[in-house]
Design a binder for this molecule. Sequence first.
Ligand SMILES: [Zn+2]
Length: 111
Amino acid sequence: MSDSEPPRRKTLSLKSGVKAPGGPPPLERLPPRQGGRVVIPEASPPPPPPAPAPTGDFKCKPCGTRFDPPAELADDESVRCPSCNARLGLAGDFRADPPRLEKLRARYLKK
Ligand SMILES: [Zn+2]
């Protein structure tokens, strides 16, 4: 039993700075490319379009989102806030003139 490995000998690679004669002539040096990157000219991106003004005659009391009661709802269907999905009242109460606000969980913005 031998628990010691024999020392390894480094094999020296033969290095010689002499180039092999008869090789191809060095290519003419091309000018290096400018970094190889596409340089983007400084152009400020177009400003984002302004946020559309909130529309809607009503305002959800729970979350404050403005909305219009969907016209396709029947009078006895509940209007839900498009943002928080809270039940805000019946469509018929929204459409009443004036809206029956005492039944609605929404504020009427039009006067
Ligand atoms: Zn809401």
